[in-house]
Design a protein around this ligand. Structure first.
Ligand code: PLP
Length: 388
Protein backbone atom coordinates (compact mmCIF):
# COMPACT_ATOMS: atom_id res chain seq x y z
CA UNK A 1 0.00 0.00 0.00
CA UNK A 2 2.82 2.42 0.87
CA UNK A 3 5.88 3.34 -1.15
CA UNK A 4 9.03 1.35 -0.37
CA UNK A 5 10.82 4.50 0.69
CA UNK A 6 8.91 4.64 3.97
CA UNK A 7 8.87 0.92 4.76
CA UNK A 8 12.02 1.06 6.92
CA UNK A 9 10.90 4.01 9.07
CA UNK A 10 10.50 3.36 12.80
CA UNK A 11 9.61 5.50 15.81
CA UNK A 12 12.52 6.99 17.76
CA UNK A 13 13.14 4.88 20.89
CA UNK A 14 12.95 8.00 23.06
CA UNK A 15 9.35 8.67 22.03
CA UNK A 16 8.30 5.05 22.55
CA UNK A 17 9.79 4.97 26.08
CA UNK A 18 8.29 8.36 26.88
CA UNK A 19 4.86 7.09 25.81
CA UNK A 20 5.20 4.10 28.19
CA UNK A 21 6.44 6.38 30.99
CA UNK A 22 3.44 8.70 30.50
CA UNK A 23 1.09 5.71 30.62
CA UNK A 24 2.62 4.51 33.90
CA UNK A 25 2.46 8.04 35.31
CA UNK A 26 -1.21 8.18 34.43
CA UNK A 27 -1.66 5.04 36.54
CA UNK A 28 -0.09 6.92 39.46
CA UNK A 29 3.49 5.52 39.24
CA UNK A 30 6.41 7.89 39.73
CA UNK A 31 8.86 7.68 36.83
CA UNK A 32 12.39 9.08 36.88
CA UNK A 33 13.25 10.30 33.39
CA UNK A 34 16.70 9.71 31.94
CA UNK A 35 15.44 9.01 28.41
CA UNK A 36 14.64 12.18 26.50
CA UNK A 37 17.57 14.18 25.12
CA UNK A 38 16.48 17.69 25.79
CA UNK A 39 17.84 20.36 28.14
CA UNK A 40 15.93 20.76 31.41
CA UNK A 41 16.89 24.45 31.40
CA UNK A 42 14.47 27.10 30.20
CA UNK A 43 15.24 29.18 27.12
CA UNK A 44 17.23 32.21 28.39
CA UNK A 45 14.69 34.96 29.26
CA UNK A 46 16.18 37.59 26.92
CA UNK A 47 15.86 35.14 24.02
CA UNK A 48 12.28 34.19 24.91
CA UNK A 49 11.39 37.90 25.22
CA UNK A 50 12.83 38.65 21.76
CA UNK A 51 10.59 35.90 20.33
CA UNK A 52 7.43 37.08 22.06
CA UNK A 53 8.18 40.75 21.27
CA UNK A 54 8.47 39.76 17.59
CA UNK A 55 5.01 38.15 17.76
CA UNK A 56 3.58 41.26 19.46
CA UNK A 57 5.10 43.44 16.75
CA UNK A 58 3.46 41.39 14.01
CA UNK A 59 6.67 39.76 12.80
CA UNK A 60 4.63 36.68 12.00
CA UNK A 61 4.86 36.51 8.22
CA UNK A 62 6.68 34.34 5.69
CA UNK A 63 10.42 34.89 5.41
CA UNK A 64 12.69 33.93 2.51
CA UNK A 65 12.93 30.09 2.55
CA UNK A 66 16.60 30.09 3.62
CA UNK A 67 15.91 32.56 6.44
CA UNK A 68 16.15 36.30 7.08
CA UNK A 69 19.37 37.66 5.57
CA UNK A 70 20.39 39.37 8.82
CA UNK A 71 20.00 36.04 10.65
CA UNK A 72 22.02 34.18 8.01
CA UNK A 73 24.76 36.80 8.36
CA UNK A 74 24.85 36.34 12.14
CA UNK A 75 24.94 32.53 11.83
CA UNK A 76 27.72 32.72 9.20
CA UNK A 77 29.85 34.92 11.47
CA UNK A 78 29.21 32.86 14.62
CA UNK A 79 29.57 29.38 13.06
CA UNK A 80 32.63 30.51 11.06
CA UNK A 81 34.47 32.02 14.02
CA UNK A 82 33.81 28.99 16.21
CA UNK A 83 35.36 26.72 13.55
CA UNK A 84 38.06 29.04 12.27
CA UNK A 85 36.68 29.15 8.71
CA UNK A 86 35.08 31.80 6.52
CA UNK A 87 31.40 31.13 5.98
CA UNK A 88 29.43 33.37 3.66
CA UNK A 89 25.74 34.12 4.44
CA UNK A 90 24.59 32.51 1.17
CA UNK A 91 26.00 29.21 2.45
CA UNK A 92 23.56 29.23 5.39
CA UNK A 93 20.07 27.71 5.13
CA UNK A 94 17.90 28.12 8.23
CA UNK A 95 15.39 25.39 9.06
CA UNK A 96 12.79 24.40 11.66
CA UNK A 97 15.26 22.49 13.84
CA UNK A 98 18.44 20.86 12.67
CA UNK A 99 16.66 17.71 11.46
CA UNK A 100 15.92 19.22 7.99
CA UNK A 101 19.70 19.77 7.88
CA UNK A 102 20.05 15.99 7.99
CA UNK A 103 17.22 14.97 5.66
CA UNK A 104 17.61 17.61 2.95
CA UNK A 105 21.34 17.15 2.29
CA UNK A 106 20.69 13.39 2.09
CA UNK A 107 17.93 14.02 -0.47
CA UNK A 108 20.08 16.49 -2.39
CA UNK A 109 23.23 14.36 -2.54
CA UNK A 110 22.34 10.67 -2.35
CA UNK A 111 21.02 8.97 -5.49
CA UNK A 112 19.47 5.50 -5.33
CA UNK A 113 22.26 2.96 -4.89
CA UNK A 114 24.82 5.42 -3.49
CA UNK A 115 26.43 4.26 -0.25
CA UNK A 116 26.31 6.31 2.92
CA UNK A 117 28.66 5.74 5.85
CA UNK A 118 27.23 6.58 9.27
CA UNK A 119 27.88 5.75 12.91
CA UNK A 120 26.46 2.70 14.66
CA UNK A 121 25.30 3.38 17.32
CA UNK A 122 24.07 6.72 15.99
CA UNK A 123 21.15 9.14 15.90
CA UNK A 124 18.21 7.18 14.35
CA UNK A 125 17.46 9.88 11.76
CA UNK A 126 20.62 8.92 9.84
CA UNK A 127 19.32 5.45 9.00
CA UNK A 128 15.86 6.91 8.25
CA UNK A 129 17.08 9.59 5.83
CA UNK A 130 19.46 7.26 3.98
CA UNK A 131 16.57 4.87 3.28
CA UNK A 132 14.20 7.64 2.14
CA UNK A 133 16.88 8.94 -0.24
CA UNK A 134 17.27 5.41 -1.67
CA UNK A 135 20.86 5.15 -0.43
CA UNK A 136 22.59 2.00 0.75
CA UNK A 137 23.40 2.13 4.49
CA UNK A 138 27.04 1.41 5.33
CA UNK A 139 27.19 1.59 9.15
CA UNK A 140 30.58 1.86 10.83
CA UNK A 141 30.85 0.63 14.41
CA UNK A 142 31.88 3.07 17.12
CA UNK A 143 34.19 1.32 19.56
CA UNK A 144 34.22 1.89 23.28
CA UNK A 145 38.00 1.31 23.30
CA UNK A 146 38.34 4.27 20.85
CA UNK A 147 36.25 6.55 23.09
CA UNK A 148 33.38 5.81 20.70
CA UNK A 149 35.09 7.24 17.64
CA UNK A 150 34.88 5.30 14.34
CA UNK A 151 36.85 2.10 14.15
CA UNK A 152 39.09 3.45 11.37
CA UNK A 153 39.93 -0.04 10.07
CA UNK A 154 36.23 -0.72 9.55
CA UNK A 155 35.84 2.78 8.07
CA UNK A 156 38.63 2.09 5.58
CA UNK A 157 37.06 -1.22 4.61
CA UNK A 158 33.67 0.42 3.96
CA UNK A 159 34.71 3.51 2.00
CA UNK A 160 34.92 3.14 -1.79
CA UNK A 161 34.06 5.01 -4.97
CA UNK A 162 30.43 4.08 -4.26
CA UNK A 163 30.48 6.17 -1.06
CA UNK A 164 28.60 9.42 -1.65
CA UNK A 165 28.21 10.70 1.88
CA UNK A 166 29.85 10.20 5.29
CA UNK A 167 27.80 11.19 8.32
CA UNK A 168 29.77 12.30 11.38
CA UNK A 169 28.31 13.31 14.74
CA UNK A 170 30.66 14.88 17.25
CA UNK A 171 30.01 15.25 20.14
CA UNK A 172 27.77 12.26 19.62
CA UNK A 173 24.37 11.05 20.54
CA UNK A 174 24.10 8.44 22.13
CA UNK A 175 27.70 8.00 23.34
CA UNK A 176 28.85 11.54 24.22
CA UNK A 177 32.05 10.74 22.28
CA UNK A 178 34.11 13.44 20.60
CA UNK A 179 35.98 12.51 17.41
CA UNK A 180 39.67 13.43 17.87
CA UNK A 181 41.29 15.72 15.29
CA UNK A 182 43.60 12.93 14.08
CA UNK A 183 40.62 10.70 13.26
CA UNK A 184 38.95 13.62 11.47
CA UNK A 185 42.12 14.14 9.41
CA UNK A 186 42.11 10.47 8.42
CA UNK A 187 38.41 10.61 7.45
CA UNK A 188 39.00 13.89 5.55
CA UNK A 189 41.85 12.39 3.51
CA UNK A 190 39.70 9.39 2.61
CA UNK A 191 36.73 11.63 1.68
CA UNK A 192 39.02 13.58 -0.65
CA UNK A 193 40.47 10.41 -2.15
CA UNK A 194 37.05 8.91 -2.86
CA UNK A 195 35.32 12.22 -3.62
CA UNK A 196 32.71 11.79 -0.89
CA UNK A 197 30.68 14.47 0.89
CA UNK A 198 30.64 14.89 4.67
CA UNK A 199 27.53 15.62 6.72
CA UNK A 200 28.88 16.92 10.03
CA UNK A 201 26.13 16.89 12.66
CA UNK A 202 27.59 19.33 15.19
CA UNK A 203 24.40 20.04 17.15
CA UNK A 204 26.26 19.37 20.44
CA UNK A 205 29.30 21.47 19.48
CA UNK A 206 28.80 23.88 22.40
CA UNK A 207 28.44 21.14 25.00
CA UNK A 208 32.01 19.99 25.63
CA UNK A 209 33.80 19.48 28.93
CA UNK A 210 37.16 19.07 30.64
CA UNK A 211 38.31 22.54 29.58
CA UNK A 212 37.72 21.88 25.87
CA UNK A 213 36.71 25.07 24.01
CA UNK A 214 34.84 23.26 21.26
CA UNK A 215 34.88 19.87 19.56
CA UNK A 216 37.13 19.81 16.48
CA UNK A 217 35.18 20.24 13.24
CA UNK A 218 36.10 18.43 10.03
CA UNK A 219 35.11 21.63 8.18
CA UNK A 220 38.21 23.33 9.67
CA UNK A 221 40.56 20.94 7.86
CA UNK A 222 42.10 22.33 4.65
CA UNK A 223 39.98 21.73 1.58
CA UNK A 224 37.03 20.24 3.52
CA UNK A 225 34.60 23.17 3.67
CA UNK A 226 33.85 22.66 -0.02
CA UNK A 227 32.68 19.07 0.55
CA UNK A 228 31.06 19.42 3.98
CA UNK A 229 27.56 20.24 5.17
CA UNK A 230 27.71 21.51 8.76
CA UNK A 231 24.52 20.98 10.76
CA UNK A 232 23.98 22.92 13.95
CA UNK A 233 21.12 24.61 15.75
CA UNK A 234 19.63 26.21 18.82
CA UNK A 235 17.87 23.25 20.52
CA UNK A 236 20.75 22.08 22.68
CA UNK A 237 23.04 25.13 23.01
CA UNK A 238 20.25 27.58 23.93
CA UNK A 239 17.66 25.16 25.37
CA UNK A 240 15.25 25.90 22.51
CA UNK A 241 14.02 22.43 21.45
CA UNK A 242 10.39 23.46 21.04
CA UNK A 243 11.13 26.64 19.11
CA UNK A 244 12.34 24.47 16.20
CA UNK A 245 15.35 26.35 14.94
CA UNK A 246 18.50 25.07 13.28
CA UNK A 247 20.61 25.52 10.19
CA UNK A 248 22.79 23.85 7.61
CA UNK A 249 25.91 25.34 6.04
CA UNK A 250 26.92 24.12 2.60
CA UNK A 251 28.86 25.29 -0.44
CA UNK A 252 26.70 27.87 -2.31
CA UNK A 253 25.54 25.63 -5.19
CA UNK A 254 24.38 22.93 -2.75
CA UNK A 255 22.89 25.56 -0.41
CA UNK A 256 20.75 26.73 -3.35
CA UNK A 257 19.37 23.16 -3.80
CA UNK A 258 18.76 22.88 -0.04
CA UNK A 259 16.90 26.20 -0.11
CA UNK A 260 14.67 24.84 -2.90
CA UNK A 261 13.90 21.74 -0.83
CA UNK A 262 12.98 24.09 2.02
CA UNK A 263 10.81 26.20 -0.34
CA UNK A 264 8.79 23.22 -1.50
CA UNK A 265 8.51 21.36 1.81
CA UNK A 266 8.23 23.59 4.88
CA UNK A 267 8.28 26.98 3.08
CA UNK A 268 10.33 28.73 5.74
CA UNK A 269 11.03 28.76 9.48
CA UNK A 270 8.80 30.89 11.72
CA UNK A 271 9.78 34.56 11.52
CA UNK A 272 9.51 35.26 15.28
CA UNK A 273 11.58 32.17 16.05
CA UNK A 274 14.31 33.60 13.82
CA UNK A 275 14.16 36.84 15.83
CA UNK A 276 14.68 34.80 19.01
CA UNK A 277 17.62 33.10 17.28
CA UNK A 278 19.15 36.46 16.39
CA UNK A 279 18.96 37.50 20.03
CA UNK A 280 20.50 34.17 21.10
CA UNK A 281 23.51 34.77 18.84
CA UNK A 282 23.98 38.49 19.39
CA UNK A 283 23.11 38.65 23.14
CA UNK A 284 25.23 37.55 26.12
CA UNK A 285 26.66 34.02 25.85
CA UNK A 286 27.15 33.36 29.61
CA UNK A 287 24.12 31.05 29.63
CA UNK A 288 25.75 28.54 27.27
CA UNK A 289 28.88 28.33 29.44
CA UNK A 290 26.92 28.14 32.70
CA UNK A 291 24.74 25.37 31.34
CA UNK A 292 27.82 23.41 30.21
CA UNK A 293 29.43 23.83 33.67
CA UNK A 294 26.27 22.42 35.28
CA UNK A 295 26.13 19.50 32.81
CA UNK A 296 29.76 18.70 33.55
CA UNK A 297 29.03 18.38 37.29
CA UNK A 298 26.10 16.07 36.57
CA UNK A 299 28.15 14.02 34.13
CA UNK A 300 30.88 13.50 36.71
CA UNK A 301 28.39 12.38 39.36
CA UNK A 302 26.51 10.10 36.96
CA UNK A 303 29.68 8.40 35.71
CA UNK A 304 30.79 7.90 39.31
CA UNK A 305 27.46 6.32 40.30
CA UNK A 306 27.41 4.10 37.20
CA UNK A 307 30.91 2.81 37.89
CA UNK A 308 29.94 1.99 41.49
CA UNK A 309 27.62 -0.73 40.19
CA UNK A 310 29.34 -4.14 40.04
CA UNK A 311 29.33 -5.43 36.46
CA UNK A 312 28.59 -2.04 34.88
CA UNK A 313 31.14 0.41 33.55
CA UNK A 314 31.10 3.67 31.62
CA UNK A 315 33.66 6.02 30.18
CA UNK A 316 33.60 9.71 30.96
CA UNK A 317 32.24 11.22 27.72
CA UNK A 318 33.67 14.56 26.64
CA UNK A 319 30.54 16.08 25.18
CA UNK A 320 26.74 16.17 24.68
CA UNK A 321 24.65 15.12 27.70
CA UNK A 322 24.67 11.33 27.58
CA UNK A 323 26.50 8.52 29.35
CA UNK A 324 26.59 5.15 27.58
CA UNK A 325 27.26 2.41 30.16
CA UNK A 326 28.32 -1.08 29.19
CA UNK A 327 26.06 -3.73 30.73
CA UNK A 328 27.26 -6.69 28.67
CA UNK A 329 28.39 -8.69 31.71
CA UNK A 330 24.75 -9.51 32.56
CA UNK A 331 24.13 -11.29 29.24
CA UNK A 332 20.68 -9.70 28.85
CA UNK A 333 19.69 -7.60 25.84
CA UNK A 334 19.63 -3.81 26.23
CA UNK A 335 15.97 -3.79 25.25
CA UNK A 336 15.05 -6.21 28.04
CA UNK A 337 17.02 -4.21 30.62
CA UNK A 338 15.33 -1.00 29.41
CA UNK A 339 11.90 -2.66 29.72
CA UNK A 340 12.55 -4.06 33.17
CA UNK A 341 14.04 -0.81 34.48
CA UNK A 342 10.91 1.14 33.68
CA UNK A 343 8.45 -1.57 34.73
CA UNK A 344 10.20 -2.73 37.92
CA UNK A 345 12.08 0.37 39.08
CA UNK A 346 10.22 3.25 37.42
CA UNK A 347 13.36 4.51 35.69
CA UNK A 348 13.14 5.46 32.00
CA UNK A 349 16.35 4.95 30.01
CA UNK A 350 17.01 4.03 26.38
CA UNK A 351 18.41 0.77 25.05
CA UNK A 352 21.65 1.10 23.10
CA UNK A 353 19.95 -0.78 20.26
CA UNK A 354 17.58 2.17 19.74
CA UNK A 355 20.64 3.64 17.99
CA UNK A 356 21.67 0.61 15.91
CA UNK A 357 22.69 -3.03 16.41
CA UNK A 358 26.16 -2.10 17.73
CA UNK A 359 24.40 -0.48 20.71
CA UNK A 360 23.51 -3.90 22.16
CA UNK A 361 24.92 -4.31 25.64
CA UNK A 362 24.70 -0.57 26.34
CA UNK A 363 22.15 1.83 27.80
CA UNK A 364 21.81 5.55 27.11
CA UNK A 365 21.39 7.67 30.21
CA UNK A 366 20.65 11.36 29.62
CA UNK A 367 21.85 13.75 32.34
CA UNK A 368 19.92 16.79 31.11
CA UNK A 369 17.94 16.56 34.33
CA UNK A 370 18.42 17.60 37.96
CA UNK A 371 21.12 16.14 40.18
CA UNK A 372 18.35 14.92 42.50
CA UNK A 373 16.69 12.89 39.71
CA UNK A 374 20.09 11.53 38.64
CA UNK A 375 20.91 10.37 42.16
CA UNK A 376 17.52 8.82 42.86
CA UNK A 377 17.42 7.09 39.46
CA UNK A 378 20.92 5.70 39.93
CA UNK A 379 20.01 4.29 43.34
CA UNK A 380 17.20 2.34 41.69
CA UNK A 381 19.39 1.24 38.78
CA UNK A 382 22.03 0.08 41.28
CA UNK A 383 19.43 -1.99 43.16
CA UNK A 384 18.18 -3.46 39.88
CA UNK A 385 21.60 -4.70 38.78
CA UNK A 386 22.51 -5.96 42.24
CA UNK A 387 19.42 -8.17 42.26
CA UNK A 388 19.95 -9.54 38.72
C1 PLP B 1 22.61 14.05 17.02
C2 PLP B 1 21.39 14.88 16.85
N1 PLP B 1 21.19 15.53 15.70
C3 PLP B 1 20.10 16.27 15.49
C4 PLP B 1 19.12 16.40 16.46
C5 PLP B 1 17.89 17.20 16.14
O1 PLP B 1 17.83 18.40 16.84
P1 PLP B 1 16.82 19.58 16.45
O2 PLP B 1 15.98 19.79 17.65
O3 PLP B 1 17.70 20.76 16.16
O4 PLP B 1 16.05 19.18 15.24
C6 PLP B 1 19.27 15.73 17.68
C7 PLP B 1 18.22 15.82 18.71
O5 PLP B 1 18.15 15.07 19.65
C8 PLP B 1 20.44 14.96 17.89
O6 PLP B 1 20.65 14.30 19.04
Amino acid sequence: MFADRVAHLEAEGAYAVLARATELERQGREILHLELGQPDFRTPPHVARAGSAAIEEGLTRYTPPAGLMKFRELIAADAGSRRGVTIRPEMVVVGPGSKPGLFFPALALVAPGDEVIYPDPGFPTYHAMIGVAGGVPAPVTLREENQFSFDLNVFDSKISHKTKLIVLNSPANPTGGVIPLDDLKHIAAQAQKYNAWILADEIYSRLVYDGMESAPSIASIDGMLERTVIVDGFSKAYAMTGWRLGYMIAPPALAERLELLMTHSVGCSAMFTQYAGMEALSGPQDFVREMAVEYEKRRNRLVELVNDIPGVHAQTPQGAFYVFPNVKSFGISSKEIQRRLIEEQGVAVLAGTDFGPAGDGYLRLCYATSMEVIERAMEKIHTFFERL
